[in-house]
Design a protein around this ligand. Structure first.
Ligand code: MG
Length: 244
């Protein structure tokens, strides 16, 4: 059972450091992970160390930076091409810090392997301007084939120009899960879509977290992180008798 973090396990917060995991959800994830039949993991755009600290459950599988780094089970994976991009991302990060300095509430978060510009805390109306400034600032690096720009909920991201995302990370985690795992992935945003495709191609379940009728490839839906929490608690109750 694999989960995105922000917007899936926890409501999206004004600043990433205050998006703490609800205690009940933490308890349920830990309880499921204790059971032999489950492997539990979190696949996020956050940096790996940050993600591990926010979730705080030992023994889970963690994939950070949209799957460029994975830790858990028998895996200690870093995409082999990431060192080629670190100096470019650092360069873009310095330029963005300078260019976006005048935007109130802006946060440029260089997570070493990917970079996220958060404008959730910026006043209404800054979204287009921030997007244009990120595109213009990163343009030389994009033209050189070094980085690509992706978008999510109130974020613009600068990522290495690699054909690698959450779906690839999920495939890799599944290889580590023994025979015939039934994969499930829960997510709420654009970068989760290739994760949905990966689990559905493997015969598993993809669950979009958010209001109904959104454009998504996931065939299942839960309304909110609160509903994900309720589902997890229910699953623990249903699974526990068999484990004893
Ligand atoms: Mg999310």
């Amino acid at each position: 059972m694999l989960f995105d973090y922000d917007g899936t396990l926890t409501p999206i917060a004004a600043r990433p450091e205050i998006a703490t995991l609800p205690e009940k959800t933490r308890h349920s994830l830990a309880a499921l992970n204790e059971m032999d039949r489950f492997v539990v993991g979190v696949v996020s755009g956050r940096g790996l160390d940050d993600l591990v600290a926010m979730v705080g459950i030992p023994g889970l599988v963690y994939a950070g930076n949209h799957g460029l780094e994975i830790s858990g089970g028998s895996m200690h994976f870093v995409h082999p091409e990431t060192p080629d991009f670190e100096s470019d991302l650092a360069g873009v990060s310095r330029l963005l810090e300078r260019e976006l300095a005048g935007v109130p509430g802006i946060l440029v978060d260089n997570k070493r392997l990917t970079l996220t510009v958060h404008f959730r805390a910026s006043p209404e109306g800054y979204a287009t301007q921030v997007d244009e400034m990120v595109v213009a600032t990163a343009a030389p690096y994009v033209a050189a084939g070094k980085v690509k720009i992706t978008r999510g909920k109130n974020v613009v991201e600068v990522r290495p120009n690699l054909d690698w995302g959450k779906g690839n990370a999920i495939d890799k985690i599944l290889e580590d899960c023994g025979d015939n795992p039934l994969p499930m992935f829960f997510g709420d945003d654009e970068t989760d879509e290739d994760g949905f495709v990966a689990v559905q191609n493997a015969g598993g379940l993809a669950v979009y977290v958010g209001p109904p009728r959104q454009h998504t490839k996931a065939l299942h839906q839960l309304e909110s992180p609160a509903e994900v929490g309720q589902m997890l608690a229910l699953l623990v109750r249903l699974a526990e008798p068999d484990e004893q």
